[in-house]
Design a protein around this ligand. Structure first.
Ligand code: FAD
Length: 413
């Protein structure tokens, strides 16, 4: 069947790229974009970076092509209302009581922040406790920082660490509470975890590792955070950054296979005819592996959104997803980038962890699985090419050795 009606659920990065790519590949049928938020698609990475750091509250980081959706691309926008059900037999999506018919559907509903156990019902809701996922969250966090909030960040992952960094830049008291022995030590390794811990402490952030939150107290709004070591930290703002879970509850009963994400093949097709998935919500099978992978990265969402739509409605043969995972972050003025996957049995660090200015290579078998670059942005494109090419460990070490020589010769970061 030649599809004539494309419906994309989730009006953020993956959804925007899906509808844009559908038009770019010549699809002239009906395109509907359904989004639970009222906003036009906007970018999330600035929410924990530039949006918090700007002198005055900046305008929403709306994607430049979002304004073109209705008039330029002829996309029907259904914003401010979530899809609540999918009927794959009738090929309809339920939105606010209406049944929206589709021939091809792209699921791009992303992920939702995990709620701190100490803050779940029956614990009373308290003002001043926020995740940081949406524009509305970022506005609330920004207002609290503007008011000089004593800040507690729960979770020393990338987003939490970015918030801590911004709060310290403003000279505020900041405590970061982390369950692991060091930030991201489980995924990136103990040695790099120690580097990230140093970044926090040398910038005046109090880092409480091997510690969890057991309670949040206050009368209507947060006053203090109780910790597993029996201590309490006074707080006006608590930012919870303990990860996100794929937004799949609306698919319950639809028959679409879900296991920590919507399961899809390397072409991003789910096992349900006419249904594709993309972005943070998609758990795709890796071509040539028995493994599946779900990523929460900007580049992944952008590339997958476009690919899912081309495979769903484009004229050409379906193509597999070949995205090389890539992620960046920025704390205390330090640029942190990762390509590939942080897995395997060995981590080799090359460079200076004190400055810090180094790369860390992750070995899986005799292959390079991934690479971390701290203040080594110039090294990233080459490392990305190596990961994409499936470089051997020996090739990766030789490449890194050449990088180290050239950077010490040039004295560059
Ligand atoms: C604060 C922050 C900072 C980040 N920084 C970086 C970074 O520096 N580098 C990087 O690589 N990545 C970063 N990321 C991750 C990156 O932003 C995400 O990977 C990307 O936004 C995923 O896009 P997506 O479209 O798949 O999902 P999302 O952006 O999560 O969008 C999904 C959309 O679907 C909507 N939705 C959910 N359920 C429904 C429903 N039932 N019906 C209709 N709509 C629904 C949601 O409201 C949401 O608008 C950051 C994320 C955050 C939150």
């Amino acid at each position: 069947m030649t599809p004539r009606r494309l419906v994309v659920v989730g009006a953020s990065l993956a959804g925007l790229r899906a509808v844009t790519a559908a038009r770019e590949c010549g699809f002239d049928g009906r395109v509907t974009l359904v989004g639970a938020e009222e906003h036009l698609p906007y970018d999330r990475p600035p929410l924990s970076k530039e949006f918090l750091a700007a002198e005055e509250e900046p305008p929403p980081p709306t994607h430049p092509d979002a304004a073109l959706l209705r008039d330029g691309l002829g996309v029907e926008l259904l914003l401010g209302e979530p899809a609540t059900a999918l009927d794959p037999t009738a090929r309809t999506v339920t939105v606010g009581g209406a049944e929206i018919p589709y021939d091809a559907l792209v699921i791009a509903t992303g992920a939702r922040p995990r709620v701190l156990p100490a803050h779940r019902p029956p614990a009373p809701p308290l003002d001043g406790v926020h995740p940081l996922r949406t524009l509305d969250d970022a506005r609330a966090v920004r207002r609290a920082l503007d008011a000089g909030a004593r800040t507690v960040v729960v979770g020393a992952g990338f987003i939490g660490s970015e918030v801590a960094s911004e709060a310290r830049r403003r000279g505020l008291d900041v405590t970061v509470v982390e369950a692991l022995p060091a930030p991201m030590s489980r995924s990136l390794g103990a040695e790099t975890g120690a580097v990230f811990a140093d970044l926090h402490t040398t910038h005046g952030t109090e880092l409480r590792c091997d510690t969890t939150v057991t309670g949040i107290e206050g009368h209507g709004r947060v006053e203090r955070v109780l910790l597993s070591d029996g201590s309490a930290v006074e707080a006006d703002l608590v930012v919870v950054g303990i990860g996100a879970a794929p937004a799949t509850e609306w698919l319950a009963g639809s028959g679409v296979a879900v296991r920590d994400g919507v399961l899809c093949d390397p072409y991003l097709a789910t096992g349900t005819p006419g249904v594709w998935a993309a972005g943070d919500v998609a758990r795709r099978q890796l071509a040539g592996h028995g493994r599946t992978l779900r990523l929460e990265h900007w580049t992944n969402a952008a590339e997958q959104g476009a690919l899912a739509a081309r495979n769903a409605v484009g004229p050409g043969p379906a193509e597999p997803c070949t995205t090389v995972p890539y992620f960046w972050s920025q704390w205390y003025g330090h640029r942190i980038q990762f390509v590939g996957l942080p897995e395997g049995e060995q981590v080799e660090i090359l460079g200076d962890t004190a400055t810090p200015c180094f790369i860390a290579l992750y070995r899986s078998g005799d292959r390079l699985a991934g690479a971390l670059a701290v203040n080594r942005a110039g090294a990233v494109p080459g490392l990305r090419r190596l990961v994409r090419a499936g470089a051997s460990w020996a090739q990766a070490l030789a490449h890194a050795g050449r990088l180290a020589t050239s950077s010490s010769t040039k004295g560059t970061k």
